[in-house]
Ligand binder design. Structure first.
Ligand SMILES: Nc1ncnc2c1ncn2[C@@H]1O[C@H](COP(=O)(O)OP(=O)(O)OP(=O)(O)O)[C@@H](O)[C@H]1O
Length: 250
């Protein structure tokens, strides 16, 4: 069963029609890459899944998004709980100006966990899961702002993991990172997919082929083609996909 189902999704910012009749399913515990030229709606698409677009006053939509069969836009949906289940990692690492420990513990405290031992255990578990523990275990009280960009991004992933999400949305998570840090984050994505459903927006087609099982190609707010990544890049069915992946535009 797919973890996420999207049916006839149209998104508007004011009069601008941004996503056009998007239909897709995102399988559980796999990595799905979203590719396409700048401005085609990839970020808008992932932000519909945890209702981040709700924060934009001009946003409106038609159609349905389901997470595990539940309508994400049901008026009864608890949006705080939804965002806990569907975590997000952004293009630029955005740690809080607090200690490494506090960055990961923050969400736990917000969600009502107050037992210090339980918090410490979960912080360690999350930092280990984010492949950062060995680098920070002796400086948990230092400011997160002193970490390298790559370490900060893995810290942001640890912060997301601490909330025990089901889905992790990643919006160009490596675009601000050097190649070594990028490799570490990609290795981490491989590890995380066993437990989490991951959607990753990337401009880097090599990255899509390295990390994802499925890829969807977006163009002008539409999904032009979705397939197994190996198939989409080797044997695209649509001429526009072929033109994009062979670098003819974008
Ligand atoms: N807050 C907003 N208000 C109005 N229009 C917006 C807003 N955010 C995005 N858009 C418009 O929606 C369209 C899709 O943007 P989006 O960021 O989803 O594209 P993208 O494919 O993720 O681009 P990129 O690869 O450059 O990040 C663009 O035309 C953009 O200008």
């Amino acid at each position: 069963m797919n973890r996420i189902e999207v049916e006839n999704l149209n998104v508007y910012f004011g009069d601008a029609h941004i996503l056009k009749d998007v239909n897709t399913g995102i399988p559980k515990n796999t990595v799905t890459a979203l590719i396409g030229p700048s401005g085609c709606g990839k970020s808008t698409f992932i932000r519909t899944i945890n209702r981040m677009n709700d924060l934009i006053p001009s946003f409106s939509h038609t159609g349905n998004v389901y997470l595990d069969g539940k309508d994400v836009y049901d008026p009864k949906m608890d949006v705080v709980d939804l965002r806990k289940k569907v975590g997000m990692v952004f293009q630029k690492p955005n740690p809080f100006p607090k200690s490494i420990f506090e960055n990961v513990a923050y969400g736990l405290k917000i969600h009502g966990i107050s037992d210090d031992d339980a918090i410490s255990a979960r912080v360690e578990e999350s930092l280990r899961a984010a492949a950062l523990w060995d680098e920070v275990e002796d400086k948990l009280d230092n400011s997160a702002m002193g970490l390298s960009g790559g370490q900060q991004q893995r810290l942001c992933i640890a912060r997301t993991i601490a909330n025990n999400p089901e889905v992790i949305l990643m919006d160009e998570p490596c675009s601000a990172l050097d190649p070594i840090s990028t490799t570490k984050v990609e290795d981490l994505i491989h590890k995380l997919k066993r437990e989490y459903t991951i959607l990753i927006v990337t401009h880097n087609m090599q990255q899509a082929t390295r990390v994802s099982k499925y890829t969807s190609f977006f163009l002008n707010g539409e999904i032009i083609e979705s397939n197994l990544t190996d198939k989409l890049f080797v044997d695209p069915k649509n001429k526009k996909t072929e033109d994009y992946i062979t670098g003819r535009f974008g």
